[in-house]
Design a protein around this ligand. Sequence first.
Ligand SMILES: Cc1cc2nc3c(=O)[nH]c(=O)nc-3n(C[C@H](O)[C@H](O)[C@H](O)COP(=O)(O)OP(=O)(O)OC[C@H]3O[C@@H](n4cnc5c(N)ncnc54)[C@H](O)[C@@H]3O)c2cc1C
Length: 395
Amino acid sequence: MSKRAPSRYDAIILGAGGAGLMCALTAGQRGRTILLIDHAREAGKKILISGGGRCNFTNLHTSPERFLSANPHFAKSALGRFRPEDFIALVERHHIAWHEKTLGQLFCDGSARQIVAMLRDECAKGHVELRLGCGVSELEHADGMYSVRCGDDVATAPALVIATGGPSIPKMGATGFAYDLARKFGLSVVEPRPGLVPLTLGKDEALFQSLSGISTDVIARCGNVAFREAALFTHKGLSGPAILQISSYWEQGREVGIDFLASLGPDWLVEEKRRHPRSSLRSVLAHALPARLSEALAERIGLGGELANCPDRTLGEAQRRLSDWRFRPNGTEGFAKAEVTVGGISTDELSSQTMQAKNVNRLFAIGEAVDVTGWLGGYNFQWAWASGWAAAQAL
Ligand SMILES: Cc1cc2nc3c(=O)[nH]c(=O)nc-3n(C[C@H](O)[C@H](O)[C@H](O)COP(=O)(O)OP(=O)(O)OC[C@H]3O[C@@H](n4cnc5c(N)ncnc54)[C@H](O)[C@@H]3O)c2cc1C
């Protein structure tokens, strides 16, 4: 380690994303001396690009069931103690205008920059020392003290918080550093995989690939999980909110089912036959779905001619197929395109009250680094705020 005298803090937080900033500002305002370190030159880079630049900073419908984790109960404590209304109160104190877009998703009216500026301002109020562009080259734990080396400087503290996120979008500086650190301290890691990510299809799924650019309202299902939102056909496979949501639950080899007739009753096709006996399947589908999609689906189902000539049973089967169109993705677009990482530092290793490691003194892990992953729609930031806040109460 360096020959320079180390600077001493109450806690060192690694990673100035949403979780690290919230943890730092809360602990700082509780009177703790905090050093917040990030290797990026800017704090909160993912906040800046989130929600199309407007940051979907929370969700009014936050509840533990909307998070994936090997332990579905783990997130309850933190989410219950720091709630969406707590973050909204902070946003309002900073006079940041916001609106609900859909499904409880809250966005800034202006820019995500306002959220980062707010968090930095709150950090300043808590006298947090923020060191950016600073990679950790050495980290030691001895005699109850953590020593972190950044360049020529060494900082020490009796508490260390891992807030370096997951490896999604590596080109923004995201790394698996949290897992390396966790393993260094003997904590287990639930195998990370990309979440909220487009699904890809093999060559045999030519139907979907020919529809690139089309978006339609569907119910996407995987196992017993279902999401009703838009799906978007892409040249590689499928994307759009319904698919991103389901992707977090999908694992290699599993089937996905799409209900293209989400808003129609179970006997819709038979009823259409009664109403419009001279119509074709393709033309009635075109009333419910984009034209190119209805054409492609009708062709695949292979029911030509007038509906009047199709037995009700055949139409019932066609409707069932259209309501549960099965396909097997061959993969995802990977961490390069994933909004989040599913998996991470095992919740078995941490206290759900404080986010502190059970077997390593004063080591904490928060945010996306931990095996807690939210749905699309502001849930992941709410977890970052809540877990950061919970850890700060124990610093
Ligand atoms: C394109 C995109 C859009 C998103 N939109 C939304 C949204 O609108 N709403 C929502 O709720 N969620 C959204 N998310 C997810 C959300 O951004 C993350 O879940 C959240 O940022 C996680 O916060 P975190 O602080 O745990 O990790 P991060 O925000 O990833 O922060 C980790 C920090 O650690 C730093 N770091 C990494 N490795 C090191 C290292 N070795 N040394 C030092 N520092 C390091 C990184 O530079 C980074 O600043 C989006 C994600 C993406 C990629």
